[in-house]
Design a protein around this ligand. Structure first.
Ligand code: PLI
Length: 488
């Protein structure tokens, strides 16, 4: 039965949405925290360091939250990667690890999970997502080729560049606008893709890369319609489609929530249909599989399978473990199934949305609609007095830590890095701070504590000074760069 929100917002979105989508972006909507579909059996004590300790810790870390000690953090929203709480069923599976070098039974359990949940026939396990990116992209990219993608991701960009390729952006324009509430901001723009084909020729395109619930755009989903059309489009040019399916279960939840025709479809069926439009995928299990380590690539294509399986033994380990222990493969095998359960996903997405709602209610500028794995603060609007090369997002992330011992992450110009040809800094339109919610780890009260800290800073935002970069590593600089505070 629909409630008054359904009626109100359905009209607004011209019948595209089947549920009360996006009501959180309206100021008259009162959201309640979602109830957890689990109870807590084990706890890990955490403490709030004193004001003096926080001040010292962030300076010692060069104002880079990656360089903080975990012991100095109260609520860790740095990443949703490898930070999930596993279930009793997953821990039980860990005890059934078959640590054989070859032919571990856990590999076959994982293979079966991937076949059932994602529908791919072939599986190559890796130690984590970037291991899979390395095998897949170095196999498919030739020097000088382009890889169109619905917005870059840091490790993906590097693994396309290492074999001599270049990643180019083909996401819809709406994705670059934090205020735009398009329900599928992760969609591919076919005009942009067509232009690359027209300008460079289809043989210059290594493959088309599509990320689910696009991380750098704010955790924004891709629609099934877009994927279906992309398959038809790419068939015309005989182009392969490779997914970054890392957050595909959360994307599937949004399809069920927002796309007509999927309102009662089981998540696993949605996932199978999504993957049917690709040739293969890379997958960091550390997100939607609810585990602390692991990754894989999977494919329908025997050629890709054979090429990457012959490489996995060089870089990762034998093709029946690929850098994972047997017990870790079992946890992934079980977590992939658990993470695709509707009730879990509903709680998960709504917990993230609750944090976004609290911030929006207080007028804090965030990327809308709230994404699947994180709330993203718009640092350009939060700290408008800072120039781009005073690194507003880096500054804000450090300031949040100093205020409350909540650890967040810069997702803007520091993450984007430099142009591989000119060496110049790139200043992307999105200069964001990511408040990434680990899965099943924090309570809704933790969300409220976090929101209070961000709101407190927003109220005194004009007295936050910018930063100067004083150390810059060659690759993936956001991990290790160091900064000093500028005078206000
Ligand atoms: O961290 P890995 O190597 O397991 O996975 C790399 C990776 C690939 N694709 C996408 C979309 C990611 O988000 C991703 C890793 N993300 C991290 C670490 C994050 O904090 O978002």
């Amino acid at each position: 039965m629909g409630n008054r929100w359904d009626v109100k917002y359905k009209n607004l979105f011209q019948g595209l949405y089947i549920s009360s989508f996006n009501k959180e972006s309206f100021s008259d909507y009162k959201m309640k925290p979602p109830a957890e579909p689990f109870k807590i059996k084990v706890i890990e004590p955490v403490r709030v360091p004193s004001e003096q300790e926080r001040k010292e810790a962030i300076r010692k870390a060069g104002f880079n939250t990656f360089l903080l000690l975990s012991d100095d953090v109260y609520i860790d929203l740095l990443t949703d990667s490898g930070t999930a709480a596993m279930s009793d069923n997953q821990w039980a599976g860990m005890m059934l690890g078959d640590e054989a070098y070859a032919g571990s039974k856990n590999f076959y359990n994982l293979e079966k999970s991937v076949q059932d949940v994602l529908g791919y026939k072939y599986l190559v396990p890796t130690h984590q997502g970037r291991g899979a990116e390395h095998l897949m992209y170095s196999n498919l990219v030739k020097p000088g080729q382009l890889v169109p993608r619905n917005m870059y991701f840091t490790t993906s960009k590097v693994h396309v560049e290492l074999p001599g390729g270049k990643m180019v952006d083909v996401i819809i324009d709406e994705a670059h606008d934090p205020e735009n509430t398009n329900p599928f901001k992760g969609n591919v723009d076919f005009n942009k893709l067509q232009k690359y084909i027209d300008d460079y020729g289809a043989d210059k395109i290594a493959f088309v890369n599509v990320e689910m619930n696009v991380n750098m755009a704010g955790g924004q989903p891709v629609s099934m319609e877009n994927l279906r059309k992309l398959r038809e489009f790419c068939n015309n040019y005989k182009l392969k489609i490779i997914f970054d399916a890392t957050r595909s279960s959360e994307n599937a939840y949004f399809i069920r929530e927002r796309e007509k025709g999927y309102e009662n479809t089981p998540i696993v069926d949605i996932l199978n249909e999504m993957m049917s439009y690709s040739d293969g995928c890379i997958y960091s299990s550390k997100k939607d599989c609810l585990v602390n380590i692991g990754g894989f690539l999977a494919t329908h294509d025997k050629e890709i399978f054979e090429a990457t399986r012959s490489m996995v033994v060089v870089y990762e380990g034998l093709h029946t473990y690929g850098g994972m222990a047997g017990r870790d493969m079992e946890a992934v095998a079980r977590g992939l199934r658990e993470g695709a359960q509707y009730e879990y996903l509903k709680y998960r997405v709504n917990q993230v949305r609750y944090l976004g709602y609290l911030l929006m209610e207080a007028g804090v500028p965030i990327v809308k609609p709230t994404g699947g794995h994180a709330v993203f603060l718009n640092a350009l609007k939060f700290l408008p007095h800072l120039a781009r090369d005073q690194w507003p997002a880096q500054t804000l992330s450090a300031a949040i830590y100093e205020d409350s011992a909540v650890r967040t992450m810069e997702r803007g110009a520091i993450s984007k890095g430099r142009d591989s040809e000119t060496g110049e800094n790139i200043f992307p339109k999105l200069e964001l701070v990511r408040l990434t919610i680990p899965r099943r780890v924090y309570t809704n009260t933790h969300m409220e504590y976090t929101a209070n800290s961000v709101i407190n800073l927003y109220e005194k935002r004009e007295i936050i000074p910018g930063l100067k970069m004083v150390y810059e590593p060659k690759y993936l600089r956001f991990f290790q760069a160091k900064f000093e505070q500028l005078p206000l």
